[in-house]
Design a protein around this ligand. Structure first.
Ligand code: BGC
Length: 450
């Protein structure tokens, strides 16, 4: 067995990073529009006002997807474009945009995978406390109801939240991401709990109201540990380390995944957070763990793990000059083997790689093309590992490359390029990179050429 015949080969994006049209046709600001106005918060004080102008150029972009041979496209919806007040009145111009995008995808044989929330929380609701407000799960459920009502006749693949570790940890613990707050840990954990409740409420709304049979998942960051050597001892150290918490850091899997897939917060996390942990009732945990159809994971790298002097898992030393991407993220292809494998073992759910990719130093060459051999090699190495997982019996259903095109890379502004398609932000010219042409051959052979 290699990749399944119906393997979902795709690329991903997120609304605020690509759409632009920030104040057009009734959209209001999200916390990210606000964040971009904080002097110094973003590289060169850039913002997503125009981004890739995908709002106006989606047809051209879908044509590019078709040219690359994508079978599926993961994108997120902008909550404040659909509901300018966050709740209540629907903005039908926003609905129309997504209807057109979905129809264009389907007309080109590309399956939509819709993420409900990729960080652009409506500013108006943030001003009422954001995820700290007890009503936030209800707000999210209502928003989901509107989405399902309008799109579920044609969309059946859903993801609720993208990377809660980042919008809670980065957003309200260290303040690096929008909305840029630094809350006390107990407050942040309460907000996190509400976001998990919002997830569960959304799953129920989709299940109850979808017009076509839904297929629902969740897209946290997979914080991956890989064995430093493939010995039984290191494998066990990596497995243990991947699913344990040793300090208050939000950078872990289990605090965000155990409640969703196992219906409980992890014991070690509860012990570490102590009084700061939310007092979750069994009813709440039942909502949070409403059954899903798949486990998504955004995986870019991993940490090599070995056995320490007391027998405990420890980070293995890295050699000098370890390969790094333009984000300064380590290149660890085995993370696409061990990540899905460990997640599958623990949660027993089909796995989708909902994001994976590399920021690289790309520009248009003298010959008018964009040569990005590093991205090809990176993706080649990672996909071979993912194939190894599939061969070893992990139920891997899909892979979404991050990103379809260069875009607004959050605090890095336009200074980091993750795309399969190059975007010249002076005039929005798109150029298919060599990696996109290569990815097409991978898709056509269903990964056999890897
Ligand atoms: C996020 C994307 C982001 C990418 C690269 C992920 O954490 O979901 O929105 O662009 O990583 O930083």
């Amino acid at each position: 067995m290699s990749f399944r015949e119906d393997f979902s080969w795709g690329a991903a994006s997120a609304a605020y990073q690509v759409e632009g049209a920030a104040v057009e046709d009734g959209r209001t600001w999200s916390v990210w529009d606000m964040m971009c106005r904080k002097p110094g918060a973003i590289y060169q004080n850039e913002n997503g006002d125009v981004a890739c102008d995908h709002y106006h150029r989606f047809k051209e972009d879908v044509a590019l997807m078709k040219q690359i041979g994508l079978k599926s496209y993961r994108f997120s919806l902008s909550w404040p474009r659909i509901l300018p007040e966050g709740i209540g009145k629907i903005n039908f111009k926003g609905i129309e945009f997504y209807n057109n995008l979905i129809n264009e995808l389907l007309a080109n044989g590309i399956e939509p995978y819709v993420t409900l929330f990729h960080w652009d929380f409506p500013l108006k609701l943030y001003r009422q406390g954001g995820w700290l407000n007890l009503a936030s799960p209800q707000w999210f459920a209502d928003y989901t109801g509107v989405v399902v009502e309008h799109f579920s006749d044609r969309v059946s693949n859903w993801m609720t939240l993208n990377e809660p570790q980042c919008f809670i940890g980065g957003g309200i613990i260290n303040g690096h991401h929008a909305p840029g707050d630094k809350l006390e840990l107990s407050q942040a954990l309460l907000a996190a709990h509400h976001s998990l409740l919002a997830h569960g409420r959304a799953v129920r709304v989709i299940r109850e109201q979808a017009k076509t049979k839904p297929f629902i998942g969740y897209a946290p960051v997979g914080v991956v540990k890989v064995p430093a050597t493939e010995t039984a001892a290191d494998i066990e150290a990596a497995r243990t380390s991947m699913f344990r918490m040793t300090d208050e850091s939000y950078w872990n899997n289990t605090w965000w995944m155990d409640p969703v897939f196992l219906g409980r917060y992890p014991e070690d996390g509860l012990h570490i957070y102590g009084e700061k942990a939310p007092k979750a009732t069994s009813e709440e945990l039942a909502i949070i763990s409403t059954p899903l159809d798949f486990c998504g994971a955004n995986i870019y790298n991993g940490r090599e793990t070995t056995v320490g002097p007391q027998g405990q898992p420890v980070d293995a030393p890295r050699y000098q000059g370890f390969p790094m991407t333009a984000m300064d993220w380590p290149i660890v292809p085995q993370s696409l083997y061990w990540g899905p494998k460990f997640l599958y073992e623990r949660y027993n759910m089909p796995v989708f790689i909902t994001e994976n990719g590399i920021a690289n130093c790309d520009w248009v060459s003298l010959d008018g093309r964009v040569h990005d051999p590093q991205r090809i090699d990176f993706t080649h190495r990672y996909l071979r590992e993912l194939r190894r997982a599939a061969v070893d019996g992990v139920d891997v259903r899909g892979y979404f490359h991050w990103c379809l095109m260069d875009n607004f890379e959050w605090t890095f502004g336009y200074n980091r390029r993750f795309g399969l398609v190059h975007v010249d932000f002076r005039d929005q010219t798109r150029t298919i990179k060599d990696s996109a042409t290569w990815y097409k051959t991978v898709i056509e052979s269903n990964g056999k050429c890897l």
